[in-house]
Design a binder for this molecule. Structure first.
Ligand code: BG6
Length: 489
């Protein structure tokens, strides 16, 4: 089994889950800094009745692991060398927007933040790893959320333009692949984190996430679409060699009808559009899809839109499509569909062999990745980049300081075999980046216990730990796969 020449092999992390140093060198809090897991319904925000606004208010009884995370901010050299030891030719991380523009609305960038990413990106290049940089991985500066209501406010587009232009100019010639908003299509389920939007005059201030209105979400959607188009345009102006892709969670593309009841077939189809393509179509075709306009019409609502911005969207579509895939789900009209970071969860699929161990229990469906790759390629005809796939397990070092994570390797190998099938189907796949090649803080639950790494990090849910790194068995197997360009699978 051979993968294409120049296939990008590696792994992906995000600033807010690995860097720590949450207030160091001028950085101000971002939206995930006030949460213990984005699945939490209860962010560290408190309504100030006098000022009629939300303010940061951390809960002293909670452990915000992301504040120190795995201290990648200070240990990135050692960590990147460990990644290079597996033969990575590519590494994805994000720039924390709040390191560059701490509050998001400043005129001038924070030089210390830029200097950190200078060092980080240079180290990747020195180790022959292609940097893939996410511009916002759940990292909207908190100030933009509390003062402006985040992406519901048109002014964010200008703040964003300033931020992306700054980093495009700074890393010109060094970064070839930029991703815009991580898994932004989760925003209807999680407006605060995935959409960076908050209603500023909430009906129920105790529930800032649930209070975000239909109107604010869709206004934010439109602004995010315009910002995405500006990103493409500005990137080309500054560095014509670089490429911009979108980044969507596409586990939900594999939402299968539970059976052939036409209601379920339609329900699955519509779920995929309204959880996924509603962004993909806007980013790749440059148009707001008709099925989105129908939803607006039914609510007698239309976001404030500008003719020139709609034209900008049309002219500046993404050049590749990156996505995460963790699992599939089913649609059955009798059951509720829930969601979390991994994707959607419907009625249990009796045809799948298993799921990840409890308490997470994410269904495992390697064939789903072939399905998703084919669906996306047929629809968009764009190069596809798998920038997240992996499995989180609760692991501890044995008495010899080892971890045998054969279960993880089976997950990876099974998925890669189906990636290869998709390549044989004619799909253009740019690369495969494993999520969390070193243990990081879980996005969904904010814990360390959910470990994805080929490298173990000694840190625990209560915050203690030496932060020492230990290689797991999977490290050697992933290295062999990369070395053989997939031949040994
Ligand atoms: C993706 C996110 O949704 O899934 C990552 O982009 C996240 O940030 C990953 O870590 C896995 O989810 P979790 O909740 O297991 O960390």
């Amino acid at each position: 089994m051979s993968f294409p020449k120049n296939f990008l092999w590696g792994g992906a992390v995000a600033a807010n889950q690995c860097e720590g140093a949450w207030l160091e060198d001028g950085k101000a809090p971002n939206v995930t800094d006030v949460m213990v897991g984005i699945g939490s319904k209860d962010p560290g925000l408190k309504w100030n009745q006098d000022k009629q606004k939300y303010e940061m208010c951390l809960d002293p009884n909670k452990v915000y692991l992301s504040h120190e995370a795995i201290d990648f901010y200070h240990r990135y050299e050692e960590d990147l060398e460990l990644m290079a030891g597996m033969g990575f030719n590519c590494f994805r991380t994000s720039i924390a927007w709040g390191r560059i523009f701490p509050n998001g609305d400043e005129e001038e960038p924070n030089e210390k933040g830029l200097a950190f990413y200078d060092r980080l990106i240079d180290k990747m290049l020195e180790l022959h790893m292609e940097p893939v940089i996410t511009l916002s991985h759940y990292e909207t500066p908190l100030h933009l959320i509390t003062e402006y209501g985040g992406w519901r406010d048109h002014r964010l587009i200008d703040f964003w333009k300033r931020y992306v232009t700054t980093v495009f100019e700074r890393y010109k010639g060094k970064v070839k692949y930029w991703l815009t908003f991580n898994e932004v299509n989760n925003m209807m389920r999680n407006p605060l984190v995935a959409g960076g939007v908050l209603t500023l005059n909430p009906e129920n201030p105790e529930d800032p996430i649930g209070s975000t209105t239909f109107e604010d979400k869709w206004q934010a959607y439109y602004h995010l679409c315009v910002a995405n188009a500006w990103t493409v345009k500005l990137c080309h102006e500054v560095d014509p060699q670089a490429k911009v892709g979108c980044m969507l969670t596409c586990s939900s593309v594999a939402t299968y009808p539970y059976n052939c009841d036409p209601d379920n077939v339609w329900g699955a189809f519509d779920t995929v559009r309204m959880s996924n393509f509603y962004f993909g179509d806007a980013f790749c075709f440059g148009e707001i899809p008709g099925y989105v306009k129908r939803v607006w019409n039914e609510h007698h609502f239309e976001p404030v839109m500008d003719h020139q911005e709609l034209q900008l969207m049309k002219e500046n579509t993404v050049e590749f499509f990156s996505f995460s895939y963790y699992r599939s789900s089913t649609y059955d009209k009798e059951s509720d569909v829930h969601g979390d970071t991994g994707g959607l969860t419907g009625k249990e699929n009796p045809y799948l062999e298993g799921c990840s161990p409890k308490p997470w229990s994410w269904p495992i469906d390697p064939q789903g990745i072939r399905y998703v790759l084919n669906v996306l390629y047929d629809r968009y005809h764009l190069p596809l980049f798998i920038v997240e796939n992996g499995i989180g397990l609760d692991e501890n070092l044995d008495e010899n300081g080892h971890i045998d994570d054969a279960f993880r390797m089976k997950y990876v190998e099974d998925h890669l075999k189906y990636v290869h099938e998709a390549i044989l189907d004619g799909v253009e796949v740019m690369g495969y980046l494993y999520w969390g090649p070193i243990d990081v803080v879980s996005a969904g639950t904010g814990e360390m216990k959910k470990r994805y790494g080929f490298v173990y990090v000694d840190r625990f849910n209560d915050g203690h730990g030496t932060l020492e790194r230990h290689i797991k068995n999977s490290y050697y197997r992933y290295k062999e796969i990369i070395e053989s360009n997939g031949d040994i699978l």
